[in-house]
Design a protein around this ligand. Sequence first.
Ligand code: ADP
Length: 175
Amino acid sequence: MTSPTPVVLVRGDITEQSVDAIVNAANSSLLGGGGVDGAIHRKGGPEILADCRRLRASHYGKGLPTGEAVATTAGRLDAQWVIHTVGPVWRRDEDRSALLASCYRESLRVAGELGARTVSFPAISTGIYGWPLDDGARIAVRTVRQAAAAPVEEVRFVLFDETAYKAFEEALATT
Ligand code: ADP
């Protein structure tokens, strides 16, 4: 039997991580935005955007669909790849949990295909997209526990503030 992939929590800025792959909470345009997306493009430099533009000109003419994931260079970040995924916008009147789970699962699938051993995730959809943090943390932890497999050896959730860190700590302890 294989042992489960370790899941680690870090309080900090995802752009400061040294890992094989950094997951970006992108929007479907792939052309940048606020929050994690803005920070990754600012710090990673123009090579990431150039790759994203190439993706828009080829496979993703209409943009990257919600719940899917695609990799680019990591530019100047201390990583080999950025894996862009588009989280769902939270809606009170519609359960979009499956799409949020898909972001984590698809990002890990892409990471595995690339041969990434260490992967950092932000708390997808819990910023500008309005997903309640506790629920977002439970979905993230549950999905990663189910989906993480070789060659990925460590999944790191990088939480920007104490509230997010606590939500993930709770989810890890109870999920
Ligand atoms: P979304 O549009 O998917 O909601 P955001 O980037 O707005 O994505 O936010 C996702 C989460 O990432 C939020 O919890 C936000 O506080 C956090 N966040 C924002 N900037 C960073 C950063 N540089 N590193 C790690 N987490 C960040």
